[in-house]
Design a protein around this ligand. Structure first.
Ligand code: EPZ
Length: 418
């Protein structure tokens, strides 16, 4: 459980870790080759542990030292993904494409829904079928067979991050070219395409599509994972909500564009450098309206912590969540802390309040947990956040990094550093 005592403004600098959502597909890309793949700047997170356990269960051996992973082939790969690992982390479903492309067959459990929505994988399956995979869904498992995947043009009805990554991974070993129309353009997806290029598959981005030219064999590679824009954004929001001044270093500022525009509209001072972004309170916060959208729109992963900030912004804010239909787990808990938020379908009408009051709260997912920690930083009294296993899935040493910025925050029932 995380314990936060509100009332301290945060000041100082923190360095962004490697991006969880770039590291995970990069780990699964190692299944495409028998040669070693080295990944650098990998964050130390529960989800990365799960991805490592999964590729080890499939036949890889992994050396993990600090932020460096070296993934080698220990023997013939298995086509069958262990159910427990896939159910623990949805992103594990991304092993389907690489396994069927490399081995000609794969058996992977369907990932369940989670706290933010039903999260179907229909676009993943439709895309792999288009490449020639014979898919049978039976008893919660996907059975895939394909002597050889054939490159095709695939249109995504929605620019799904996971489906785009699934098709890039499968297309990298398919015959000829795979074209994905209406792809996701999140930085993490682009980073994966660059890793695949480094492994020998030619990838190419245009206005409305990404193309991957497969090969029969891919080589290993050494790859540095991009900085985590969602972790960075969370620290910037922590600085803003507490009325302090926080600089996050080691980021790619353009990846934070939408957040920085909205922070500026909310009355927060924003400064940029080559690889850093700094926020400073300039007085009271003003309400803003926003919609979450696929990149470069406002990221859905920053909607929950942004709602915490807007709960204290003067006036009204209208926040519309267009990506995940269920991403409101933080709202009920913020109401218990004294926020004034009314849900209208996919939108939240937030009326700024003078202050929040600390209480016992429960995190339902990674980003809802971050939202509650941020609310606790500024609430009167003490806030207890249960469900911290979610937070550790997506944030590396969150409490230590916030404490370094001056927060009164600690964790009970967990060793102080990982
Ligand atoms: C990725 O999830 C991220 N996870 C999420 O981060 C992130 O919130 C999301 O992209 C959006 O940016 C990883 O990268 C591991 P989607 P993903 O497929 O791939 C619908 C975090 O906190 N959809 O773009 O699951 C889906 O239901 C996590 O780090 C279909 O309908 O996102 C959703 O409404 C949370 N059919 C929308 O698309 C499909 O086949 C966006 O999902 C696939 C998706």
């Amino acid at each position: 459980m995380i314990v936060v005592r509100g009332g301290r403004s945060l000041f100082g600098r923190v360095r962004a870790a490697g991006a969880k959502n770039a590291a995970l597909p990069a780990i699964f890309a190692s299944l495409l080759t028998s040669e070693p793949v080295e990944l650098l700047h990998v964050p130390c997170l529960r989800d990365v542990e799960t991805a490592v356990e999964l590729v080890e269960a499939l036949g890889k051996e992994v050396l993990w030292e600090g932020g460096r992973l070296v993934i080698r082939e220990a023997g013939p790969l298995s086509p069958r993904a262990p159910e427990g690992l896939v159910r623990r982390m949805r992103a594990s479903f991304l092993v389907l494409g690489p396994l069927v492309a490399r081995l000609g067959e794969a058996q992977v459990p369907l990932p369940g829904g989670c706290a933010i929505g039903t999260r179907p994988v229909d676009l993943h399956l439709k895309g792999l079928s288009a490449l020639g995979a014979e898919l049978t869904v039976r008893g919660g498992w996907v059975h895939a067979r394909a002597p050889r995947l054939q490159g095709r043009t695939v249109y995504l009805d929605y620019p799904s991050v996971g489906a785009t990554e699934q098709l890039l991974l499968a297309g990298a070993l398919a015959d000829r070219e795979t074209v994905v129309l209406n792809p996701a353009r999140e930085p993490e997806v682009v980073d994966l395409s660059r890793l695949l290029s480094a492994m020998g598959a030619e990838t190419h981005w245009e206005e409305d599509r990404v193309t991957v030219k497969g090969g029969r064999e891919l080589s290993g590679a050494s790859w540095e994972v991009i900085p985590d824009r969602i972790e960075a954004g969370t620290f910037l929001l922590a600085g803003a909500i507490t009325g302090g001044k926080v600089r996050v270093e080691g980021v790619i500022p353009e990846h934070l564009g939408a957040l920085l525009v909205k922070l500026g509209e909310a009355g927060v001072g924003v400064e940029l450098g080559g690889d850093w972004v700094e926020v400073a309170a300039k007085g009271g916060l003003r309400g803003v309206n926003l919609e979450t959208r696929p990149y470069p729109g406002f990221p859905t992963d920053l909607q929950p912590p942004m709602v915490s900030l807007l709960s204290l912004a003067r006036g009204e804010s209208l926040v519309t969540e267009t990506v995940f239909e269920g991403r409101f787990g933080h709202v009920g808990e913020l109401l218990r802390m004294g926020a004034s938020i009314r849900r209208q379908g996919a939108s939240l009408l937030i009326r700024g309040v003078e202050g929040l009051t600390g209480t016992r709260t429960l995190a339902s997912d990674i980003r809802a947990g971050a939202a509650l920690v941020l609310a606790g930083l500024v609430a009167q009294g003490t806030t207890y956040v249960e469900g911290t296993e979610h937070i550790h899935r997506g944030y590396e040493n969150l409490t230590e990094k916030l404490r370094e910025l001056g927060a009164w925050i600690w964790e009970e029932g967990r060793e102080s550093s990982r």
